[in-house]
Design a protein around this ligand. Structure first.
Ligand SMILES: [Zn+2]
Length: 424
């Protein structure tokens, strides 16, 4: 086969020019390109004599897919024999990847890119042809980014069911949104081992540590990060309060009579909504002649005094969280008021939440004073969950760490896509 068409097929499949395409075969689920090498160098590697063709060998390997179809090349290689020293050898094969004799170099690169785009080994296998194990081989050979300490370090727990246990932890560069590392668990020993790999200068360069309200990370920061201000992620603070309220609702729901039970369950999201947001929604509902949601909330709160009390505390917390205070003192006083009211409201779930906020009060105030949102927290968690679902879980911790670092450990690519070249 000759001509421009052949060259473009070579280009698409990543076949160098000195291979000749003999024919292309369509096998239904894959295309096979039969190629042979134009004779080039036949110098004997031992004595430098000129080899004679002694026979042929045929091998197949997957290459970059053409037209969305798995594509393989079937290569016909000459075997040479030296008449002087009797040595035989196969002609060179530049296509083959050093990683596997069943994949071309281009395909290995392509699989690497797909793995970084969070595609599962299974989907890569289906689209490109090589087995799942071969895709995993590429994964094992890829270089993952080295952990570093960013100026703003965000750490959080990670639910992961691997050989290392059910929960791990991860660290994120809070300013760039890049995953820094994944840890086996959040035990003090593990955190110590992780921090100990960095130099004193690196540890001193961390200005801020954002974490949840439990003490593992906070204590580690006290031991290792001399200059860091500890902030509790605002997301975790709000979740602590909403979770407490939800526990109250669930308890009352269990105790309620049949008619109220279903309503209480259905109103879960309504309760957790901020009041101004509920009013916004209602304005639209009234316009279109529907019953306002506030009426439903009012009715349900009427069924239990305890629920009404808990709801009042929740909304009071939202008000505190959304208020722009003139100074830190006022903010601290308002939070103190909320905590004491919540602790004395007679509902144990709410009181406990207030207790944990009180314990971490200084770090909570740090987070709200700077006004920096940590939208990344929720975002990372969701992305990682998505990825775990796509991979149908990870059995092996090291595998999970590699995959997550490859997917999230590099700065995100531009959201605008790639611009087409301008020919005008
Ligand atoms: Zn020779």
């Amino acid at each position: 086969m000759r001509g421009d068409g052949v060259n473009s097929i070579k280009h698409l499949a990543g076949i160098p020019r000195f291979y000749a395409i003999e024919r292309i075969e369509n096998q239904g689920c894959a295309s096979v390109i039969h190629i042979s090498r134009k004779p080039r160098d036949r110098t004997c590697p031992t004595c430098g004599g000129r080899g004679n063709v002694h026979g042929h060998e045929k091998r197949s390997m997957f290459c970059a897919p053409i037209g969305g179809m798995p594509t393989a090349v079937r290569i016909r290689q000459r075997r040479y024999r030296c008449p002087m020293c009797k040595r035989t050898w196969l002609e060179a094969d530049e296509l083959k990847s050093p990683l596997s004799s069943h994949m071309t170099n281009d395909l290995v690169t392509l699989i690497g890119v797909e793995l970084m785009r969070r595609q599962s080994a299974r989907s890569i296998s289906r689209r490109f042809g090589p087995s799942k194990d071969m895709a995993c081989k590429v994964l094992d050979a890829m270089a993952v980014p080295e952990p570093y300490l960013p100026r703003v370090l965000r750490v959080d727990e990670l639910e992961a069911d691997t050989d290392a246990g059910k929960t791990g932890a991860y660290a994120v560069d809070g300013e760039r949104g890049v995953l820094v590392d994944v840890l086996r668990d959040r035990r003090p020993e593990t955190l110590d081992a992780w921090f100990s790999r960095f130099s004193e200068g690196e540890l001193g360069s961390v200005d801020c540590l954002c974490c949840d309200m439990r003490w593992g990370f906070v204590n580690a920061a006290e031991r290792w990060l001399p200059c860091a201000e500890v902030r509790v992620d605002r997301f975790h603070v709000v979740r602590c309060v909403t979770k407490a309220f939800d526990k109250v609702r669930a308890r009352l729901q269990r105790e309620a009579c049949i008619s109220v039970k279903q309503d209480l369950k259905g109103a879960r999201k309504l309760f957790l909504m901020r009041k101004p947001r509920l009013e916004d929604l209602d304005a639209k509902r009234i316009e279109s002649g529907k019953e306002p949601l506030a009426c439903r909330v009012e009715y349900l709160l009427g069924t239990s005094e305890e629920l009404a009390k808990a709801y009042a505390r929740l909304q009071a917390f939202y008000v505190w969280a959304d208020t722009d205070f003139a100074n830190g003192r006022e903010m601290k006083k308002a939070l103190g008021d909320w905590i004491s009211q919540a602790q004395n409201c007679g509902i144990k779930e709410i009181a406990m939440a207030a207790g944990s906020i009180k314990e971490a009060e200084e770090h909570v105030l740090n987070a709200y004073r700077t006004g920096k949102t940590n939208a990344y927290a929720e975002n990372d968690n969701r992305k990682i969950k998505d990825m775990k679902r796509r991979a149908c879980g990870f059995a092996n911790f090291e595998n999970m760490r590699r995959r997550l670092l490859l997917a999230f450990g590099y700065p995100p690519m531009s959201k605008e896509g790639v611009a087409l070249p301008n020919y005008n």
